[in-house]
Design a protein around this ligand. Structure first.
Ligand SMILES: [Zn+2]
Length: 67
């Protein structure tokens, strides 16, 4: 289907919060500097700081979750 388009219209229950440190983003959508990852079928968001720490782990273990 579509490649990597985020499906619009997903209501945020309580704003955007970093899944790692709990930092809340300003506004209802994650800033472009935030990282979106999918783990165990769940969509997780990481703030800019956590994304830098986390992205290496994500990139180094693109396991069966993505296939
Ligand atoms: Zn964070």
């Amino acid at each position: 289907m579509d490649e990597e388009t985020d499906p619009p219209g997903q209501p945020a229950e309580h704003g955007v919060v970093c899944a790692r440190c709990g930092t809340a983003a300003e506004g209802d959508t994650a800033p472009v500097t935030w990282l979106c990852a999918v783990e165990d079928g769940r969509r997780l968001l990481f703030c800019e700081g956590c994304a830098r720490l986390h992205i290496r782990a994500i990139e180094s273990r693109l396991d069966s979750l993505w296939w």
